[in-house]
Write a protein of this length. Structure first.
Length: 119
């Protein structure tokens, strides 16, 4: 089980707008906002962005679970509208199973984000 994930970001305001747009359609909300970092989750914060150290995007990927295809599309569109870059349009990904549907984004600092649902 994952306890939490943290990304170091270059611009906390820009990244918080991006993650608000991606995570809101998934039922996530902000639970923590200290000025140095922000944490999102459903019942408690499990995903954080902070401005405490150097930004080092590379091969990282975090995948957020969505309740269905509509939420995957809404999260992807929200992320694109909030400064993210397309890294894989919403579509069926049969290589991960017959019911796997997901979309990929790059956040404003280049971290790879996936939103996925099983239908």
């Amino acid at each position: 089980m994952i306890h939490h994930v943290t990304f170091e970001v270059s611009d906390l305001d820009r990244s918080s707008a991006f993650y608000d747009a991606v995570l809101s359609p998934l039922g996530w909300r902000r639970h923590a906002d200290s000025g140095l970092g922000i944490g999102w989750g459903i019942a408690e914060p499990v995903f954080f962005v902070t401005r405490r150290g150097p930004v080092k995007p590379g091969s990282e990927l975090v995948c957020f679970s969505a309740p269905g295809i509509a939420a995957v599309k809404a999260a992807w569109q929200g992320g694109i509208g909030a400064g993210g870059a397309d890294d894989g349009n919403p579509s069926q990904r049969t290589e991960y199973g017959p019911s796997y549907y997901s979309a990929y984004l790059l956040d404003p600092d280049g971290y790879r984000i996936e939103v996925a649902a099983r239908e």
